[in-house]
Design a protein around this ligand. Structure first.
Ligand code: FES
Length: 131
């Protein structure tokens, strides 16, 4: 395990996601409040690359801002389609900073590693409901 510093906790608004790049990894850091904790996941939705950090957070669930697929951010599970699970990483809070073990993502479903996706293109969101 190799925990790396991701972001200052104070830079993460509560009940929202924050987009962070660490090396070549695109991450979403979620500051959850019930209970108080942080979660770090892949930043990009496996459907079409929506920016999960920009999604609406309810409890420990985030809804992708593009077509509303939902993910449990502490596990990466997509409850309605486990093939779409995302990586969620072990997290520690140390001295006011969020650390994550980026070498050991939780992969709790049959989705395995999510394929690399292009960066979100917010000028061309796909339309329609995926479900
Ligand atoms: S891009 Fe996330 S649900 Fe479509």
């Amino acid at each position: 395990m190799a925990f790396v510093r991701i972001i200052a906790a104070a830079a993460c608004p509560p009940n929202r996601g924050t987009y962070v790049e660490v090396g070549d990894q695109q991450l979403a850091v979620f500051h959850l409040t019930d209970p108080q904790r942080f979660a770090v996941t892949d930043a990009l939705c496996p459907h079409a690359g929506g920016d999960l950090a920009g999604g609406e957070v309810t409890g420990s669930m985030v809804a992708c801002p593009w077509h509303h697929w939902e993910f449990e951010v502490t596990t990466g599970v997509c409850p309605r389609n486990h093939a779409a699970n995302i990586a969620s990483f072990p997290v520690e809070l140390r001295d006011g900073f969020v650390y994550a073990d980026l070498d050991s993502p939780f992969k709790t479903g049959p989705g395995g590693q999510t394929p690399p996706l292009p960066r979100p293109n917010h000028d061309d969101p796909a339309a329609g409901d995926c479900w």
